[in-house]
Design a protein. Structure first.
Length: 355
């Protein structure tokens, strides 16, 4: 682990991994709170490393101290849930030593109903003697080669607060120095700008990503989708729609695109067209081995809830009711679901018995 001022989350993280890891190495990059004091309750392998404004530097430093066969990395606001701890212990007992890396799900977001909202895979457990290296000042990645297996284990992110602006400043520093930006840099700089409400600047960086032939196709798909989100925030429905459709240049339609397209037509009050796209989203199933972002809401409760609205406005109350009940399977006490149910009770009093 690399840490700095993580007194609020570190113990929570280590409690979930202390019975899994045979060795805990913590590299501190300048904590001024009780982080190191808390860490000492779990390990005496605590090392200092001056922050260089590069996450890759710190992660590579942390890997230098590992002595076991495989290295697992976690952030302080990550946890391994009980069910995944069991899977992890089983993996330790059965892992073929010829495996160089094990990918795991990263459940980066969870809603109040326990639904995973954002999931993607990454190389989480790697063989130490392969000396894999981390790259990238921020939104870094480990360059893995060799035999990789995909596991069903999840690492769950439980962030307490978002560090607004920190990553933006790292990218702006790179830009000020005249560093060369890769397609990946443009994509993630665009993401940071978008999350900080700097929509036109985000659009410019997504455009630069898309203009380059190089780069991961998955990043380009989401560059189109996120650029569409920026256009929507700026009130430009036409460019939003164009950007969303451009994602089809890189893959077949996905729920993330179809639900957004449905919403665009819904806002235009073109409900039949919106219904087509939302319905398509509900029929799509994301590939469980997909390494890029998967926003499960766009395949499940969200298009059903919007189908309820669209069918209601189109005058088909029966279908509107059915889709609201489908949304309720995922979010049973959602305020919008509850509001719709009260509305349908007035339209169809007998429906109350079917709840």
């Amino acid at each position: 682990m690399i840490v700095k001022n993580e007194e609020e989350t570190l113990a929570r993280c280590l409690d979930t991994v202390k019975d899994i890891a045979d060795e805990i190495n913590i590299v501190d990059t300048g904590s001024t709170d009780k982080t190191k004091e808390i860490a000492r309750q779990y390990t005496d392998r605590i090392f200092d490393f001056p922050w260089t404004n590069s996450f890759a530097d710190a992660r590579n430093e942390s890997y230098k101290y590992a002595t076991k066969d495989y290295i697992l990395y976690l952030d302080a606001d990550d946890v391994i849930l009980e069910a995944d701890q069991i899977k992890f212990k089983q993996l330790k007992e059965t892992l073929d030593p010829s495996v160089d890396s094990v990918s795991m799900y990263y459940d980066a977001g969870t809603d109040e109903f326990g639904n995973v909202t954002l999931r993607y895979r990454n190389n989480r457990l790697v063989k130490r003697d392969k000396n894999f290296r981390w790259y990238g000042d921020c939104h870094n990645y480990i360059d893995v080669r060799g035999k990789t297996i995909n596991s069903e284990i999840s690492v769950t992110h439980k962030k307490i607060r978002h560090s607004v602006g920190r990553t933006v400043s790292i990218f702006e520093g790179k830009k000020a120095r005249g560093d060369t930006f890769s397609p990946r840099d443009y994509f993630y700089f665009g993401n940071e700008l978008r999350e900080n409400g700097r929509y036109q600047e985000a659009i410019d960086n997504y455009n630069k990503n898309l203009e380059l032939r190089e780069g991961w196709a998955e990043d380009k798909i989401f560059a189109c989708l996120y650029r569409g989100d920026c256009y929507r925030a700026l009130g430009d429905k036409d460019n939003e729609l164009t950007s969303l459709f451009q994602s089809f240049n890189y893959s077949a339609p996905r729920g993330e695109a179809c639900s957004r397209i449905g919403y665009n037509f819904q806002k235009r009050r073109e409900y039949k067209t919106a219904i087509f796209w939302y319905d398509l989203a509900t029929k799509l199933v994301p590939d469980p081995d997909r390494w890029s972002f998967v926003y499960m809401a766009y395949y499940t409760w969200y298009p059903h809830l919007q189908l309820c609205v669209c069918y209601y406005n189109a005058g088909d109350y029966q279908k509107a009711f059915e889709h609201n009940e489908e949304a309720a399977r995922y979010r049973p006490t959602d305020q919008s679901v509850a509001y719709n149910r009260r509305l349908f009770e007035r339209i169809y009093p007998q429906k109350k018995d079917t709840e």
